[in-house]
Ligand binder design. Structure first.
Ligand SMILES: [Zn+2]
Length: 89
């Protein structure tokens, strides 16, 4: 049984460059960005990033502004796409 849930039998994809996901992450790790950015992306990808917005939904009361730009609501999409601070890197 394959760990990564890859479909297909023996011989498919073997000896090549692995899954698309692996290839994608290799390029992320090779980016010239601070290590925390990579960790951040990794966590965000796996959707385990404890953004304030998520905490609020769980009933944790706190501000919902972004920790980086202190501006818009801190949601995953803001952190990854629209936050001017994060996207400066
Ligand atoms: Zn922001």
């Amino acid at each position: 049984m394959k760990e990564n849930g890859e479909l297909g039998g023996k011989g498919i994809g073997e000896g090549s460059h692995g899954t698309t996901q692996e290839t994608c992450w290799k390029s992320v790790w090779s980016l010239k960005v601070p290590p925390w950015v990579k960790i951040f992306l990794w966590k965000a990808y796996h959707n385990i990033l404890p953004t304030k917005d998520r905490l609020q939904r769980k009933g944790v009361m706190m501000e919902s502004s972004c920790v980086f730009c202190n501006n818009e609501r801190e949601e995953l999409v803001h952190l990854l796409v629209t936050c001017p601070i994060v996207n400066r890197f």
